[in-house]
Design a protein around this ligand. Structure first.
Ligand SMILES: [Zn+2]
Length: 205
């Protein structure tokens, strides 16, 4: 399974780089603000099931918190509370929360390990992709075991590559938007443009 760090990084990327029409409009993304914590927390929180696992000693991890029904119920409730606090569209926040929470299930589904119990409480069975994208981190060996080094390094490199690609993509989109805004401005004010051209041709004499 990916480490909680990679789930958090995924939440950060989704909060920062998803198209603006998917992120609720009045949801401002600020670096050291609670608004960055929302996507990071929602994308990570499925793994908080290690707490009842420690408390009860039963195999709770990757259980109900990694199921589709929990994803829906959790998103409905959390988006409801958050939309009241931020006074923003419940529908948009629900969609955003569903994307964030589902990102966790998708990453775990493509990771080495037992898989996830997607259809709990109806079907008590682990599911995982036949194609694996993430090496597993085996916490049963301890929190700071040397075997974690390669998977963590892989996740760090992947995060760096993704950050680079997404930043470049965002810069390209901003450049494209600025170019089309200038073009539209010229089309909507042709007289202004022609006056400017006349002035510039006058000044050239
Ligand atoms: Zn997980």
């Amino acid at each position: 399974m990916p480490s909680p760090l990679f789930h958090a990084a995924t939440g950060y990327f989704l909060g920062k780089y998803l198209p603006r029409n998917i992120i609720p409009r009045s949801y401002q993304f600020h670096r050291f603000d609670f608004n960055i914590l929302y996507p990071v927390l929602i994308a990570t929180c499925a793994d908080f099931d290690f707490i009842p696992q420690i408390l009860t000693g039963t195999g709770f991890h990757r259980g109900i918190s990694h199921s589709l029904i929990f994803t829906l119920g959790f998103s409905l409730i959390v988006a409801g509370i958050a939309s009241k606090i931020w006074k923003i569209s419940y529908q948009k926040l629900l969609r955003f929360t569903l994307i964030l929470y589902s990102s966790h299930l998708i990453l775990d589904f493509f990771a080495e390990g037992r898989g996830i119990k997607l259809f709990l409480p109806f079907l008590d069975q682990f599911f995982k992709s036949p194609i694996l994208l993430f090496p597993g981190i085996h916490y049963s060996k301890g929190l700071f075991d040397r075997s974690h080094f390669i998977p963590i390094l892989y996740e760090l490199l992947l995060s760096a590559v993704l950050y680079n690609l997404l930043t470049q993509w965002q810069a390209y989109q901003a450049h494209k938007a600025a170019k089309s805004a200038i073009k539209n401005n010229i089309h909507s004010h042709p007289q202004l443009h022609s006056q400017k051209s006349i002035k510039s041709s006058d000044s050239s004499f």
